[in-house]
Design a protein around this ligand. Structure first.
Ligand code: HEC
Length: 429
C-alpha cells in the first residue's frame, strides 16, 4: 500500500466520522425546552404540549450544587417533522405512523446517561393499537427507525380492545368494519360526534323499543334504512357499550375519517341534534375538535437517545400504486422534498434517483409501492439556499399516475414559515 492509498483511506475515515456525527440527528437546540431540576428529588414537569414528565430522584448524574440543567424536545406532528427533518420510515423501508418523537439531553455533560428511566404521559386524540418504541438508526444521512419489543399502551387500551372485540363479533355482520361504507346498517365512523351518549347507549341495547316508543331520531334512521331492524343486545352493560364507542372513536381518528365523509350526520340530525351540534357545517367542524376526548399513553425513556412511538402504517385501502415520480423544473441546491400524510403522522422523504427523478425513499427501484389509495397527502419541497423557494401541493394517492412536474413557486423564508404555520394549524393532534 502506497502513500496515496493511506491518504485516501484516512480521508474516507474523516468523511465517515463526519457523517457519524450526523448520526445523532439532533434537532437545533432552540427546539428544546430547558429545565433546571434538583438532582436528589422527585420532579414532575409538563412539556409545551401537555406531556407529563416524571423524573425520579438521582435520574441524572449530578456534577455540582445538586442541580442539573436538562432539555426536552417533542416532535408531534407532520409540520414539526418536516422542519426538523425527522422522518417516519423504518430502517427496512416501511412507512411508520408516529405518535411522537422525544428526547432528553443534559447540558454541560456530554457523556451523561440516564441512571433511571423517565416516565412520559403523552396526551393524544387517538391511540394506535400496535404502537412500539422505535430507536434511531441511520441510512444515507437520513434518520430511520428500528422497532424494539417495547409496546406502548393507551391509558384506556383495555377499554378500546374490549370495544374492538365486541364490535367485531356483534356489529360487523351489518356495519362495515372500516366504519366507512353503508352496508345493511349505516357507516358508524364518528357516530359518537353526532349522537348523544345516552341515546347511543339505549339505541345499541334495544333500538326496537325506541322505535316503538316513537323516538324521532330512531324512527328517522329506521325509515331511512329501508326499514331494516337492528338486532337488540339486552346483555350488553353500559360499560360494554361505552367501550364499543371508545373503539369507534379511536378507530375513526386513526383512519382519518373526515367531516366530509359523515353524510349520515345530516340525514336525521335536524330531528334530535346531540348537544352542541348544529347542522351548519362551520360550527360542526368546531364541534369535532372541541368534543374529541383527549386520551394519553405512557412510555418509559431509558436513554438519552430519541424514542419514537410508532406503528407500521396499516389501512384497509392499502394497495399497490404507481410510485410518486417528481421532476423538478430546475436543479435546486440544498433541496428537500417530502410527502406528508394529511391524516396520519407520517412524513416520507424523497431522494434524487440516478436518472435525476425524485422518488420516495422507499420506492427507489420499485415498479409499485404499497400506499393507502385515495388518501390525501401533501407534497412540500423547498430549497434553503438561493433566496428560499418552496412549493406545497395537496394530492390524492392514485392508482396509476402519481407523477408530476414541480416548480418552486413560493419565495422567501417568511412566506415559507407562514405556509408551514398554516399547514400545522390544519393538522389533527
Ligand atoms: C342485523 C343487522 C345489524 C346489527 C347486527 C347491528 N346493527 Fe346497528 N343498525 C342496523 C340498521 C339496519 C340500522 C339503521 C336502522 C335503524 O336505525 O334501526 C342500524 C343503526 C345503528 C345506529 C344508528 C346510526 C345513526 O345514524 O344514528 C347505531 C349507533 C348502531 N346501529 C350501532 C350498532 C352497534 C354498536 C352494533 C353492535 C353492537 C350494531 N349496530 C349491530 C343494523 C344492525
Amino acid at each position: 500500500m502506497n502513500r496515496s492509498h493511506l491518504i485516501l483511506i484516512s480521508l474516507i475515515m474523516i468523511v465517515s466520522c463526519k457523517s457519524d456525527k450526523k448520526r445523532e440527528f439532533d434537532v437545533k437546540d432552540d427546539q428544546y425546552q430547558k429545565f433546571e431540576i434538583i438532582c436528589d428529588r422527585d420532579t414532575t414537569l409538563w412539556s409545551k404540549s401537555g406531556a407529563e414528565i416524571t423524573i425520579q430522584a438521582n435520574t441524572f448524574p449530578c456534577l455540582s450544587n445538586n442541580k442539573v440543567a436538562i432539555g426536552f424536545v417533542e416532535i408531534l406532528d407532520q409540520a414539526d417533522m418536516i422542519l426538523n427533518e425527522m422522518y417516519t420510515i423504518s430502517s427496512d423501508g416501511q412507512m411508520l405512523e408516529s405518535g411522537g418523537m422525544f428526547r432528553f439531553k443534559v447540558y454541560g455533560n456530554e457523556s451523561a446517561s440516564l441512571l433511571k428511566p423517565i416516565q412520559l404521559k403523552v396526551p393524544t386524540q387517538s391511540v394506535h393499537p400496535h404502537m412500539y418504541i422505535f430507536t434511531p438508526s441511520v441510512d444515507d444521512e437520513i434518520i430511520t427507525w428500528d422497532k424494539t419489543n417495547t409496546k406502548v399502551f393507551a391509558s384506556n387500551s383495555e377499554e378500546i380492545s374490549l370495544g374492538d372485540s365486541l364490535y367485531t363479533s356483534l356489529c360487523t355482520s351489518c356495519h362495515a368494519s372500516n366504519l366507512r361504507q353503508n352496508l345493511t346498517g349505516p357507516a358508524l365512523g364518528n357516530v359518537h360526534l353526532y349522537r348523544d351518549k345516552d341515546w347511543l347507549n339505549d339505541f345499541t341495547r334495544n333500538s326496537i323499543n325506541m322505535i316503538a316508543s316513537g323516538d324521532s331520531l330512531a324512527l328517522c334512521t329506521y325509515t331511512k334504512y329501508r326499514k331494516v331492524v337492528m338486532t337488540s343486545f339486552p346483555f350488553l352493560t353500559d360499560s360494554d357499550i361505552k367501550a364499543i364507542y371508545a373503539f369507534i372513536e379511536n378507530q375513526s381518528a386513526l383512519q382519518g375519517i373526515g367531516e366530509s365523509e359523515m353524510d349520515s350526520v345530516f340525514d336525521c340530525s335536524t330531528i334530535v341534534p346531540s348537544e352542541g351540534f348544529s347542522s351548519d357545517t362551520s360550527s360542526f367542524q368546531r364541534f369535532i375538535f372541541r368534543d374529541s376526548l383527549i386520551r394519553s399513553y405512557l412510555i418509559d425513556m431509558n436513554s438519552l437517545l430519541w424514542a419514537n412511538v410508532d406503528a407500521f402504517m396499516r389501512s384497509p385501502n392499502m394497495t399497490s400504486v404507481a410510485p410518486f415520480e417528481i421532476e423538478a423544473s430546475q436543479d435546486y441546491e440544498d433541496f428537500i422534498m417530502v410527502l406528508a400524510f394529511a391524516n396520519r403522522k407520517t412524513v416520507i422523504p424523497f431522494q434524487k434517483d440516478s436518472d435525476g427523478t425524485y422518488r420516495l425513499r422507499n420506492s427507489i427501484g420499485k415498479e409499485k409501492i404499497q400506499m393507502p389509495l385515495g388518501e390525501e397527502v401533501v407534497l412540500i419541497a423547498y430549497n434553503q439556499s438561493d433566496n428560499f423557494k418552496f412549493v406545497k401541493k395537496t394530492l390524492k394517492i392514485k392508482q396509476n399516475e402519481n407523477s408530476l412536474q414541480l416548480e418552486l413557486t413560493g419565495q422567501g423564508k417568511a412566506a415559507f414559515d407562514k405556509m408551514m404555520k398554516d399547514f400545522q394549524a390544519s393538522l389533527r393532534r
